[in-house]
Design a protein around this ligand. Sequence first.
Ligand SMILES: [Zn+2]
Length: 282
Amino acid sequence: MFTEAIGNMVRNAMAANPNAGEEYTGDDGLLHCGVCGEPVQQVVEELIKFLPGGIAPTQCRCMRERFRLAREEREREKAQQRTAELQRLGFADPAYMRFTFDRDNGSSPKAREAAEWYVENYHRLRAEGKGMLFMGDTGTGKTFYACCIANALIQKGVPVWVTTMQPLLRKAGDFSTADGVFNQIKSIDLLVLDDFGTTQNTPRNLDLMFEIIDARARSGLPLIVTTNLDPEEFKTESLGLKRVYSRIKAMCCTCEKSPVRMTGEDLRVQSARAAHGVHSAG
Ligand SMILES: [Zn+2]
């Protein structure tokens, strides 16, 4: 039985050699690869000495190369599967997967620069718990650039979750889903809260909102927020809102590039478009 296993091993080794059939016997009496010239046999003394002449198969350079390529291919496939899984978990709306730097129309060079800077410095910023805040009116591209960050980090294997406040409030307020959603809020490497400030500020919502933001703050992990509110105007008489705003400012407005103010298209781009008679999509 063991001999049979060895026989299989020899056959597999032969099959793995892309140049099988082109071997020649070298001066050392061993078979050599007809392509690279390295031996495809070795003399073994201790372990498999019952093979004729104590000869066992070994890999020549061609075979090692073939195994290396196969291993790299497997690793590439695994990385692709992981990326697809991170995308599936990361975006409630699959349309956000298409918000990537290579699809940027150049409408906000400053926002792009800040977003690329965040990706480049992610590991330091993560350790410091620093996120970002993109602010501007609808159509200025704040969601786009926040998602560019998310997509670029997912490509690097970082788990990211892009969501809006509404589903978080719904799940946090439901006994059966609260634990799960809070665990995710506390553990996801990067949380992106899109379109913050559009939910109704009922007392119950404010309580839950604070719990959500506070849970994230205490995790020490970064939060990226997009909003049409101006952090300079995070002024309110509502105590409930005050404490939410103060947590968001501490997490999102303390790194050197944040907040990113998006006031519409960059003037140069606008004039370039006007010169070419192209209208902005808004
Ligand atoms: Zn070879």
